[in-house]
Design a protein around this ligand. Structure first.
Ligand code: GUN
Length: 294
């Protein structure tokens, strides 16, 4: 079997067109959704993510407020900026790009963001609501994956899902979302991690594999059941002298071999990545819409 490619760029473009209309409608009610992006330091991958997020905002008419701070910024100064953004009525969403430099306590910063502006869905109040199935901002990458699966007509109810990776950003939240008693859940979920014994045996059982380990070739063809759906969340830079920038991006899945066994597969780039940004736009628009009813 050769897999059909799940085109994240295409799904993202459809959703962004819907969001653009919502933004235009909000503007007729004198509301311009605003997203503040905060980046501390010069990590090249973070810089390119943040630039892509800001560009996507502008494309659909969201006001983007750019805050790029030097790596030596103190925790106190960062908390003061978050406080200022919490109070700014033009800002409906706040995103502090992770990871933060080591001298800053990430948990403390995430806790300082107003949960009503936490469009990343990382504040413990939103995480808790998500776990108990209450209305909350959902974290963007897992929410984007669920949208990709649903819009590709993948059956989630009763599906055996194996997630590889237990990060707070992807593994833990998507496991929670997929076990919810809801049309976007109802799956049977296994989470594998660095201490899992015999990961391959778990992955071989999966109807849906979600690879979020952050390591190339974590999922090889011998681990994949015929016809499985494979979602690759990895974004890894590998050296490539044939490229002008000296590297190319690969996921966590051995794409060329695995696509011969899977029924559906996401590429890297062009799979999950565009959906992450789209769900950030979605949460920001939703946050702005909520101010209409408050
Ligand atoms: N770093 C990697 N992914 C993300 C994300 O979705 N949001 C933030 N804030 N930082 C990240």
């Amino acid at each position: 079997m050769t897999a059909q490619i799940i085109d994240g760029k295409q799904v993202a473009a459809e959703m962004r067109a819907e969001l653009k209309e919502k933004v235009a409608k909000l503007k007729t009610q004198n509301i311009v959704p605003g997203l503040a992006v905060v980046l501390v330091g010069e990590d090249p991958a973070s810089q390119s993510y943040v630039t892509a997020k800001e560009k996507a905002c502008e494309e659909i008419g969201i006001y983007s407020n750019d805050n790029r701070l030097p790596a030596e910024t103190s925790e106190e100064d960062l908390l003061a900026l978050v406080d200022k953004l919490n109070k700014d009525p033009k800002i409906h969403g706040i995103l502090v790009q992770l990871p933060l430099p080591k001298h800053i306590n990430e948990d403390k910063v995430l806790l300082a963001i107003d949960p009503a502006k936490d469009v990343d869905g990382f504040h413990p109040a939103n995480v808790g609501k998500m776990v108990v199935g209450q209305d909350a901002f959902l974290p963007c990458t897992p929410h984007g994956i669920i949208q990709l699966l649903i819009r590709s007509k993948v059956k989630l109810e009763g599906a055996e899902v194996v997630i590889v990776g237990r990060s707070n950003i992807v593994g833990k939240p998507i496991a929670n979302m997929l076990i919810q008693k809801a049309p976007t859940g109802n799956a049977t979920v296994t989470v594998c991690h660095t201490r899992t014994k015999n990961m391959a045996e778990h992955v071989k059982r999966a109807d849906i594999i979600i690879a979020a380990a952050g390591r190339p070739n974590t999922i090889t063809a011998d681990m994949v059941k015929d016809g499985a759906v494979v979602i690759d969340v990895g974004v890894n830079r590998v050296e490539d002298a044939t490229k002008k920038r000296g590297y190319r991006l690969v996921g966590d899945v051995d794409f060329e071999a695995v696509k011969e066994k899977a029924s559906l597969i996401t590429p890297v780039p062009g799979g999950v990545g565009p959906m992450t940004i789209t769900m950030l736009l979605y949460n920001t628009v939703r946050s702005a819409e909520k101010t209409l009813n408050s």
